[in-house]
Design a protein around this ligand. Structure first.
Ligand SMILES: [Zn+2]
Length: 163
């Protein structure tokens, strides 16, 4: 690639670097192997985050399975991951925009109801073919999860595991 800010004619050299993922709004996310270019004429830096949908999905998945309650920054990250403005999100969860903003800015601790609700909304968006979130949540409550598992192949359906 070329620098878009100056008239440097040289092709910028592709490098890899480690950065804090500040764009996520979270303080504790480190990205390694990020595509990186630096213009040797004007000093401008360029970063390539690749498939950001996938990147954010991985982080969202970590957050919905975290043991501790969500904090405001994590709530904001998950709301954004859901593609909802604070007004739309507030409508979805039956709160005012101002209340959501207070939660996101850590003015109030996030209620347990909202914590579970936002995790559930995110779990419904993420690919989950094996009740991962449901089972995790049940175990958090100290409940046993019993499943009936069947598999199928050319011979048809067979019971693999009974509750
Ligand atoms: Zn430049």
């Amino acid at each position: 690639m070329h620098c878009v800010l100056c008239d440097n004619k040289k092709v910028l050299k592709k490098q890899a670097t480690t950065v804090k993922y500040k764009q996520s709004g979270l303080d504790n996310v480190t990205l390694q192997g990020v595509e990186y270019y630096k213009c040797d004429q004007c000093g401008e830096e360029y970063f390539g985050f690749g498939d950001q949908e996938k990147l954010n999905a991985i982080i969202a998945r970590v957050l919905i399975f975290k043991k501790d309650p969500l904090n405001g920054k994590e709530l904001r990250f998950l709301r954004t991951y859901l593609g909802l403005s604070s007004a739309m999100f507030a409508m979805r969860v039956g709160l005012t925009k101002e209340t959501v903003s207070r939660f996101e800015n850590n003015k109030f601790p996030i209620s347990k109801t909202l914590d579970v609700l936002v995790r559930s909304l995110v779990a419904n968006k993420l690919p989950d073919r094996d009740y991962d979130f449901h089972d995790w949540w049940m175990r958090q409550q100290g409940k046993k999860v019993k499943r009936i598992i069947l598999n199928t192949d050319k011979n048809g359906w067979r019971l693999k595991e009974a509750a």
